[in-house]
Design a binder for this molecule. Structure first.
Ligand SMILES: CC(C)(COP(=O)(O)OP(=O)(O)OC[C@H]1O[C@@H](n2cnc3c(N)ncnc32)[C@H](O)[C@@H]1OP(=O)(O)O)[C@@H](O)C(=O)NCCC(=O)NCCS
Length: 396
């Protein structure tokens, strides 16, 4: 292998096929199981999109009702998982809390399952596990924010759908329909995006025939990074640094002079704009109007216009979702856990797809270390057999 064969960052490498979603940077489109994500965001509750990602089709009213019934039955945190979350220091990042909670849920669910040979589970078991994780993640995220604020756990409400209940468990009130709708749209937009870093991580873990919880736990670790999921949180830090729209130009002069990456801009796949941004920007606009915060829109527009004109690099989904989650009342550190609550649907769809047609994911590397050398003073054991004389064993 030559160094020119290396695709650092796996740029441009097609690692496998998937039927879960299609990202087309040429047409700036994103399809979930064939449906444009914008259409799904405009018409569907998040639960129906989760069903679509897992099953390949949108649910009938009966199928949606059945999924909602199961989701409602698994919303509450158990005392054990709550106790595990409480072990995580309050000043740790909440992604550590979410990762820990999912890991504990997995260990409890798989307790007594015996050998690792049984870990991967059947398709039916993994769908049931996916629904349970999807159902409980809002409680994990909401409780995390509340305990950092010194507030108590709020029990889920059976009369509310997923998005409204999520906001209820976080804030103890159900906001207006326009606010619930904006939040629902954000959940749909974040749900799936082909072989991004966290999804690929989940597929790598699934490909070893490890269990779904381990794959999701690993994906959460990948999502935490600021080049991936952590960017929505980083966008808010940028907004706070800039402070006001009139400071954008001077702030950007300084940031670019220091070769800083401007969070919320750029994308590995989309080079001419992220297909999800217009829908999320429209949701942000409804929140700006609802909460009467034109200053947020002014800063958003000013930074976008200035950065795009200077660098030709466009916003990604994290750019509008960061300020939207801020307006909704989520703490900045909670933004990436919100991404987990959504993306768990895509991850689990990919884990099931991987295991249905599995090949261990194990790329090669080009060695760039020292040439072969030997430990000083080492005397070879003359009784040892020279493997070069036994080619059939050396090959194994
Ligand atoms: C997402 C990201 C990692 C994609 O990276 P990539 O495909 O590897 O693109 P590159 O890093 O090769 O970028 C190409 C050029 O654009 C620049 N660039 C890309 N995104 C940039 C950003 N957000 N701010 C400043 N410059 C950026 C790079 O510095 C590079 O410049 P160079 O050719 O002079 O070195 C990158 O755009 C980024 O770090 N964005 C900020 C984090 C973010 O918002 N992540 C969420 C992604 S959904």
């Amino acid at each position: 292998m030559t160094v020119t064969d290396i695709r650092k960052g796996l740029v441009g490498v097609i690692a496998d096929e998937t039927a879960v979603s299609k990202v087309n940077p040429e047409t700036n489109s994103l399809l979930y199981r064939g449906y444009p994500v914008q259409e799904l965001a405009a018409t569907q509750p998040f639960e129906a999109v989760a069903y679509l990602l897992w099953n390949g089709e949108l649910p009938t009213p009966e199928q949606l009702a059945a999924l909602r019934a199961t989701e409602r039955a698994h919303r509450a945190l158990t005392d054990e998982v709550r106790a595990a979350i409480d072990l995580v220091p309050l000043d740790a990042h909440p992604m550590d809390e979410v990762r820990t909670a999912v890991s504990v849920i997995g260990a409890q669910d798989l307790a007594g399952s015996g050998s690792v040979m049984d870990a991967s589970g059947s398709a039916e078991e993994n769908l049931a596990r996916s629904i349970r994780l999807f159902a409980v993640l809002p409680a994990i995220v909401a409780y995390g924010q509340r305990r950092r604020r010194g507030e108590g756990l709020i029990a889920p409400r059976d009369d509310l759908d997923y998005a409204a209940n999520f906001l209820w468990m976080t804030f103890g009130e159900v906001p207006d329909e326009v606010v619930v709708d904006a939040f629902n749209r954000s959940m749909i937009l974040y749900a799936e995006h082909s072989f991004n870093a966290s999804t690929f991580t989940s597929r790598v873990i699934a490909s070893t025939l490890s269990d779904l919880y381990s794959a999701v736990t690993g994906a959460i670790g990948a999502l935490k990074g600021p080049l991936h999921g952590g960017a929505n949180e980083a966008v808010l830090h940028v907004f706070h640094e800039i402070g006001d729209a009139e400071n954008v130009s001077s702030w950007l002069d300084d940031a670019l002079a220091r070769k800083r990456k401007i969070m919320g801009f750029g994308h590995r796949v989309y080079k001419r704009g992220d297909s999800r941004v217009p829908t999320m920007k429209a949701a942000l606009d409804t929140l700006v109007a609802h909460y009467d915060r034109p200053d947020v829109a002014a800063l958003y527009d000013a930074l976008e216009a200035e950065f795009v004109s200077r660098k030709g690099i466009y916003p990604n989904l994290d750019y509008p979702s960061g300020p939207a989650y801020d307006l909704l009342g989520f703490d900045t550190v909670t933004f990436t856990p919100l991404f987990v609550a959504s993306r768990v649907t895509g991850w689990t769809a990919h884990i099931m797809e991987q295991q249905a047609a599995n090949a261990l994911i194990r790329p090669l590397s080009a060695y760039s270390g020292p040439d072969e050398r030997h430990v000083e003073g080492y005397v070879p054991d003359t009784a040892a057999i020279d493997v070069s004389e036994r080619p059939e064993e050396a090959a194994g």
